[in-house]
Design a protein around this ligand. Structure first.
Ligand code: 0PR
Length: 365
């Protein structure tokens, strides 16, 4: 640390210098985050000092959190959802597995997931000392139900399905998983970190939420397709007693118990998420998601015209292509299988897609 303070202008010119090195989102086709909605930013800033880790001090913000959980719950077909705002999909997934383990209480717990699962499950199982059992995917990059049962045994504390996979944007056969979990009384966690703010706004989307009896908990991230500020995730669950199982006593806080993983928790993103949900409403989200899906289709069709087929048909606005080279100046990513992967987030417009396709067409020239 410098001995004496530095003039504010100097600090901000230094910060601007760093900010200029950050990528602008316009040519970024790899991210699952986007430019937050201005209403979310305004609400976030209004609650900048709010700490949900001590909800008695920030009773108003805590109310907003309850409302956010309730609104997301309604979207997921559960009117009296319980849950809380996390710092994103990773935290939600860790907590879901923690809760699942506490319900089943096995000495050597294992968790059965598709191999397409996000790497946050690896972290969760490492922290919780669970065995992670990865089931191969079928030709559509969905969990292969013909072999799934071989991976389940009496120590299976949780099965996970993905609603909008990170790499291929597909939804696992969750109705099937729900039936298995209902029959065997196994906790079913759905990772809808990405798809949770896409699928409810699509016509004919596959079922993935609490409408299915076997679903126990869902991760949904307002900071991805929810147009909110970072970090805002949400873990919602069917049964309020689930959150009792992770409670610890917090004698010197304004509340006596806390079920969350983090202690200090930002209130700003929660206010941002709720504000943008209310501001846009269902019709606003349908419009945004509709545009993203149309752009995804435009990209898939355009790539096919150039001879690059999509690897599998996605259910959400993610696409992966059999295309070995990436165009210069663009940020795309690669799946574990080497496919070029793109995400049509709200910052990606028709014009951007056309410009991208033009640059792809010139790759080998
Ligand atoms: N579950 C799914 C299905 C996800 O896609 C992700 C993140 C997570 C869980 C974890 O969420 P958090 O990162 O919020 O903890 N998927 C993207 C990924 O890891 C996140 C991302 C976002 C990556 C923006 C890059 C980026 O620029 O690839």
């Amino acid at each position: 640390m410098q001995k004496k303070g530095c003039p504010e202008e100097e600090i901000f010119s230094f910060l601007s210098f760093a900010r200029d090195k950050d990528r602008k989102y316009d040519k970024v086709l790899s991210s699952m985050c986007t430019i937050p909605h201005p209403v979310a930013v305004r609400a976030h800033n209004m609650f900048i000092e709010s700490n949900l880790g001590d909800p008695g001090l920030f009773a108003g913000t805590a109310e907003l959190e309850s409302l956010l959980v309730r609104e997301i719950g309604e979207l997921m077909h559960i009117p009296d959802a319980c849950g809380y705002a996390t710092s994103g999909g990773t935290e939600s997934n860790i907590q879901a597995l923690r809760i699942a383990g506490k319900q089943a209480r096995r000495k050597m717990p294992n968790v059965v997931v598709p191999e397409s699962v996000h790497f946050s499950f690896e972290k969760a199982c490492d922290i919780l000392s669970y065995e992670l059992r990865t089931v191969p995917c079928d030709g559509n990059q969905k969990i292969d139900t013909s072999v799934l049962e071989d991976y389940i045994d009496k120590n299976t504390v949780c099965i996970t399905g993905i609603a909008g996979s990170t790499e291929y944007g597909v939804v696992d056969p969750i109705e099937h998983l729900s039936d298995i979990c209902s029959d065997r009384e196994i906790f079913l966690h759905i990772d809808a970190a990405f798809g949770g703010f896409v699928l409810p706004f699509l016509k004919n989307a596959p079922k993935f939420d609490f409408e299915l009896d076997g679903v126990s908990s869902i991760s949904v991230d307002p900071h991805k397709m929810g147009m909110s500020t970072i970090p805002c995730g949400c873990l919602i669950a069917r049964d309020p007693s689930y959150f009792k199982s992770t409670e610890v006593e917090t004698p010197y806080l304004t509340v006596q118990k806390e079920c969350t993983l983090l202690g200090t928790r930002p209130g700003g993103p929660v206010a941002g998420a709720l504000a943008v949900l209310r501001y846009l409403g269902r019709s606003g989200f349908e419009e945004i998601v509709g545009k993203c899906m149309n752009n995804n289709r435009r990209l898939i069709d355009g790539m096919a015209d150039l001879g690059y087929e999509v690897a599998v048909q996605p259910d959400v606005n993610v696409a992966s292509f059999k295309c070995e080279n990436s165009p210069k100046g663009w940020i795309v990513s690669r799946t574990r299988e080497g496919h070029m992967r793109t995400v049509c987030m709200p910052h990606i417009t028709e014009d951007i897609i056309d410009e991208f396709l033009k640059d792809v067409s010139e790759i080998n020239v």
